[in-house]
Design a protein around this ligand. Structure first.
Ligand SMILES: NC(=O)c1ccc[n+]([C@@H]2O[C@H](COP(=O)([O-])OP(=O)(O)OC[C@H]3O[C@@H](n4cnc5c(N)ncnc54)[C@H](OP(=O)(O)O)[C@@H]3O)[C@@H](O)[C@H]2O)c1
Length: 332
């Protein structure tokens, strides 16, 4: 039933909903935003919206600097913004030293108002990134590592400016169809099971990574509510099915091409919900958003079983992040 709801929600969203074009506000010219995976697809289009809205500084985080420079130049040409308002910084979510170096550089910024942690991958092939399956590492572990490494800066910025930084992670209606067999909360370790190449269900790995991200967002948000260190808003927003490079591995299939032609949003349309998440209010903290509003995620999140998996997975995630950067959990 959950998977069926996911499919109908994509059809409803893409065929019947007209998304509002993001509009600016008087604070934006003072503010600083980061977009990861900014050189193409949804990240590029979200960057273009932010530049068009006149943000004070946009940092385009990319793994290939030359692609980032091309994208920056296209945005400057289209928006006529000052050269100094857009910077390209290297960030490779496959490598923890790159994530750490990026966060250390960001800690020198005078303020931080929004982070669109957009970089993500979809693949059916098992491969390693650091010591973790690659989809799990890029879409979940490194995305959470970046969040916790930036959290002190986000707290400091909110105390200085009175504005809570938003940390936004793209999600997907595919999370409704995530295979849950790999998540049994009674097993010794969920992460070990997901990192076992013999057992990993790679056909379901991308939807599963998005389900895991909802669990993490809910746990981080719960802690941010009671933090005395400062404030931050974290949400996870679903752009729905869009044309981009994400599904290049599946492009050869005729069925996929037809479905994409009939149903997919453009990346520009999908990026509107990501920018909405970046500018949204406190009511979005810890929430799954779709079509620019808070939505109820899968019953695998809201039900009793989901709550057990969420707690177990989050405990393992924090343990993993502590092994990457000792003391990082104290940032919460
Ligand atoms: N398109 C959809 O239908 C859809 C639907 C729901 C959610 N989303 C989510 O939206 C986000 C953007 O997807 P998209 O559709 O725009 O995909 P895309 O066109 O493939 O763009 C992905 C971006 O992430 C970057 N990236 C991938 N691996 C990286 C790494 N290890 N380190 C740093 N950057 C990395 C890519 O850089 P390179 O160009 O160098 O590869 C690219 O800039 C993803 O999180 C995706 O899960 C997409």
């Amino acid at each position: 039933m959950s998977a069926f709801y996911g499919v109908t929600s994509v059809l409803y969203s893409n065929l019947l909903v007209k998304l509002p074009v993001p509009t600016g506000n008087s604070e934006l010219p003072k503010q600083i935003f980061i977009v990861t995976g900014a050189n193409t697809g949804l990240g590029f289009e979200a960057s273009l919206h932010l530049a068009r809205l006149g943000v004070g500084k946009l940092i385009m985080a990319v793994r290939t600097p030359s692609k980032g420079e091309d994208a920056r130049q296209r945005i400057l040409d289209l928006t006529r913004r000052p050269e100094t308002s857009i910077e390209v910084w290297p960030l490779d979510m496959d490598r923890y030293d790159s994530v750490k170096a990026f966060a250390a550089r960001a800690s020198e910024l005078p303020r931080l108002d929004g982070v669109l942690a957009n970089a993500g991958i979809m693949t059916n092939t098992f491969s390693w990134s650091e010591d973790i399956e690659k989809t799990l590492n890029v879409n979940v572990v490194s995305t959470c590592l970046l969040y916790l490494l930036l959290l002190p800066k986000m707290h400091e910025s909110s105390q200085k400016t009175g504005y809570s930084c938003r940390y936004v992670i793209p999600n997907s209606a595919l999370h409704y169809s995530a295979p849950t067999a790999e998540l049994d909360p009674k097993q010794h370790s969920i992460l070990n099971r997901l990192n076992d190449p013999e057992k990993a269900d790679m056909a379901g790995r991308y939807p599963l990574s998005k389900l895991l991200m909802i669990y993490a967002v809910r746990e981080f948000a719960e802690r941010s509510k009671s933090s005395e260190k400062g404030s931050c808003i974290i949400n996870t927003t679903n752009p729905s099915f869009c044309k981009s490079n994400l599904a290049n591995e599946f492009q050869a299939s005729g069925g996929f091409k037809v479905f994409e032609k009939v149903v997919a949003r453009t990346s520009e349309e999908g990026s509107r919900v990501l920018v909405h998440g970046l500018l949204a209010g406190r009511e979005t903290n810890g929430q799954y958003l779709s079509n620019c509003r808070v939505e109820t995620p899968s019953c695998h999140v809201t039900g009793k079983w989901g709550q057990q998996v969420q707690k177990k997975f989050f405990g393992e995630l924090i343990e993993k992040l502590e092994s990457i950067q000792p003391g990082i959990s104290l940032h919460m």
